[in-house]
Design a protein around this ligand. Sequence first.
Ligand SMILES: Nc1ncnc2c1ncn2[C@@H]1O[C@H](COP(=O)(O)OP(=O)(O)O)[C@@H](O)[C@H]1O
Ligand SMILES: [Mg+2]
Length: 555
Amino acid sequence: MEPLRRPPERPDRLGVITHGSLSQGVEMKLEASESIEEVVAGTFVVIQGEKYDFFSMITDVRIDAANENILLHPPSAENNLLRQILRGSGTYATVTLKPMLMMRNDGLQELAEVQPVKTVPSHFAAVYRATAEDVTRIFGHEANEGGNRYFQVGEPLGMPGIPVCMDLDRLVERSNAVFGKTGTGKTFLTRLLLCGTIKTGKAVNLVFDMHSEYGYSARKEDGTFVKGLRELFPTRVVVFSLDPEGTRKRTQRTPDCDVYLYADQIEPEDILPLQETLNLNETAAESSFLLQRKFGRNWLLQLLQTPETELNDLAEAVGAHPASLGALRRKLSPFERYSFFKTEPSTGKRDVLEDLLEALRSQKSVVFEFGRYDDLRVYMLVAQVITRRVRAAYEEMTTTYLQTQNEADRPPQLVITIEEAHKFLMPGIARETPFGKIAREMRKYFVSLLVVDQRPSAIDEEVLSQIGTRIIAQLNDDKDIAAALVGTRDAGALRQVLASLDSKQQALILGHAVPMPIVVKTRTYDDAFYAALRSSDLPGQDFDSLDRNMKQWFY
Ligand SMILES: Nc1ncnc2c1ncn2[C@@H]1O[C@H](COP(=O)(O)OP(=O)(O)O)[C@@H](O)[C@H]1O
Ligand SMILES: [Mg+2]
């Protein structure tokens, strides 16, 4: 381990500790010279105790008076002098802090290790704003460990220019989540994290890109464009498109692989999670299993191709309720009109799913673009079919690897990103979907999820409890805030912090990949960011030639 030096004197003193307990957190009286209005929830501070530094977060602020009489006779609006005199003595501000980690500070710095908080600082211990060195000490730095482990995701509140990093090794070990209401920057943040895993090679990614924002350039709210993953990593990312025409029109680029889905590749279990979205009742969804029992892999074709007038016979033949079968057919028949959907048999045809697996096996991340099919039904069905296959393939690869124990057989760690995740992970269906299974099995098969969602309260609790690292942007609904923090220590204190986040580019990060919860202003996704990544993909070659190379790979 690198030796730790004693941090420089911390210059920014905020106040002293007055009350506190291990369970409830501690209270600080704010220095009279500090303005309460500049003390914000979520700020990273350090309490310098006698033997320990306590790394803490501001969770609440409040104003107090030493004597109620002052409040009954407040100074008049003009009497600034009296306000000044009262400030700090008669009237004062109390700031609640939640210590999250502690570390010895009494001379044994080189040996000091961060530990969970087991005690509280003593009376009148001084509280300081954290310094750059404190941040690095706790969160690591991109330059550490050969530059391949820590990835900068933002800066602490009120500390511009100081990097907060996440530990990518730990990040990819578990399923993770990005929560926040619409417009808070979830997609931008997710793209940032994906860049981190691709740059360092910590994981290959499969991104279900419902709104076509990840592959090629994506529009910002102000109308300007930002680069997509395919442009930033032309040798490590491929774009699969369900709507190649749309991709070409929008981006003037040709996707690496056009996607077709054959009716006989869809299984009844793929339909189950769509029940709510398609507004199907349970019997209707279940009649797909009855069809399959009789027709095998042709069940869907059979259903779609049976004329309306013969549906009753079909229902009788498979033992289904005619109305349910009719409903199922009505809900699925729009697929026949989509250009990516094929009703001929898939036998002997090129199997896009094989291409996709091949890309993943060769450590290429796949952005799966939906283009004009950004309809929830298509999104869910397609994501479902693909993930079922990917998961099965990974199970097989893992079994082989466990048998041979040959490193060459080791499946590359895969992260599957899904937006609108609650649709796949709702209570009741989370047990059935491949997504739910992946979230629960965790690392067993080298696959984990990156859940992106604006409604965490709609996600199954068991899945939520398996999430390793959470990045939570602003949420308004109390139920969502509670769900986003389910199973975390200090949820009570963090609730307050979450409620006070800005509506954009701010997030609370907590869990497996960070040593303690922290609020960050997320890293800006811009030219400076691309420049920081650039060194990682083949320098010196222009995009078009790299693009051509990649295309040859598929055709
Ligand atoms: N890290 C960031 N860098 C640059 N712009 C950002 C960042 N985060 C958010 N934004 C701005 O906020 C807008 C909304 O972000 P987005 O990720 O699309 O939100 P969400 O996915 O939560 O709806 C973006 O279009 C962009 O203008
Ligand atoms: Mg989004």
